[in-house]
Write a protein that binds this ligand. Structure first.
Ligand SMILES: [Zn+2]
Length: 89
């Protein structure tokens, strides 16, 4: 039996489907390379600890509502907050 002792750190990216306005439901295909400490006890049960994401590539994000990935865009959680404000004349 495999138990995970660590919550995997997942890059939180929010998405928006420009085709239908969906903000909440997406099928996300991620290629993730991880390193973890596999800790077996004497009975052979595995406890996975210190899981670390070495690299993460989002391969595909598909809108769950309209089934297309062509119109899905990243939604910056700090949208507007990190923009450089240029004083206008
Ligand atoms: Zn959609």
């Amino acid at each position: 039996m495999v138990t995970t002792g660590t919550i995997w750190s997942v890059t939180v990216t929010r998405y928006r489907c420009e085709a239908c306005g969906n903000l909440t439901r997406f099928d996300v295909t991620v290629l993730r390379r991880t390193k973890a400490f596999h800790h077996f006890n004497l009975a052979g049960d595995l406890d996975i600890e210190d899981a670390e994401v070495l690299s993460e590539v989002v391969e595909e994000v598909q809108c769950r509502w309209c089934g297309t990935g062509g119109r899905v865009v990243d939604l910056d959680p700090g949208e507007g907050a990190s923009e450089v404000v240029t004083p206008s004349s």
